[in-house]
Design a protein around this ligand. Structure first.
Ligand code: IMP
Ligand code: MG
Length: 172
């Protein structure tokens, strides 16, 4: 079994989430915000983020598969669940667990733009900036990750560890 190295504890995650929610609440005041969570990894982050917001929002999800069972993205992205809310002329905020190469987010931004939204921006709990292969901008990053494979707080390795309240780095 791989070893779990503590990376972020629940209380520091809470602080980061509250802070970014505060920023989003003020930036999107009097707008029509739709949060689009990226399943499955972002489900806990989105649940916490939404409860910290002080503005009304609508919530929807997409599901994207790209990893298979390894620790690096296959780059072969498949949308396995479409949006169900009409986002035409709405302000859309993608809520993602980790921005890595950026391929998933590039794909999702293109997909969402095809519905004619007013704006599409990105909020990501973790940001692996140094591994980026595409030119996307994470508008609301919470925490940078320099190296390693992350699990916990919704984020998995082979579908394991999503339930952990804290975030860990996996040592193989
Ligand atoms: P990208 O397309 O390379 O940016 O990959 C982004 C997706 O890969 C994220 O939505 C995550 O689900 C997954 N991912 C990237 N890094 C990690 C990690 O360290 N642990 C678990 N999943 C990861
Ligand atoms: Mg993901």
């Amino acid at each position: 079994m791989p070893e779990l190295i503590p990376f972020l504890k629940k209380d520091s995650i809470d602080k980061m989430v509250a802070e970014v929610a505060h920023k989003i609440s003020s930036d999107y005041k009097n707008r029509e915000l739709v949060l689009i969570g990226v399943l499955k990894g972002a489900f806990i982050f989105l649940a916490d983020l939404a409860r910290h917001l002080t503005i009304p929002v609508k919530i929807d999800f997409v599901r994207v598969a790209s990893y298979g069972s390894g620790t690096s993205s296959s780059g072969n992205i498949r949308l396995t669940k479409e949006i169900e809310i009409d986002i035409k002329n709405k302000d859309v905020l993608i809520v993602e667990d980790i921005a890595d190469t950026g391929l998933t987010l590039t794909y999702l931004i293109d997909y969402l733009n095809s519905f004619g939204p007013n704006t599409v921006k990105v909020c990501s709990l973790l940001d692996k900036i140094e591994r980026r292969k595409t030119k996307i901008k994470v508008d609301y990053p919470c925490h940078e990750v320099k190296k390693g494979f992350i699990v916990g707080y919704g984020i998995d390795y082979n579908e394991n560890y999503r339930q952990l309240p804290d975030i860990y780095c996996l040592k193989f």
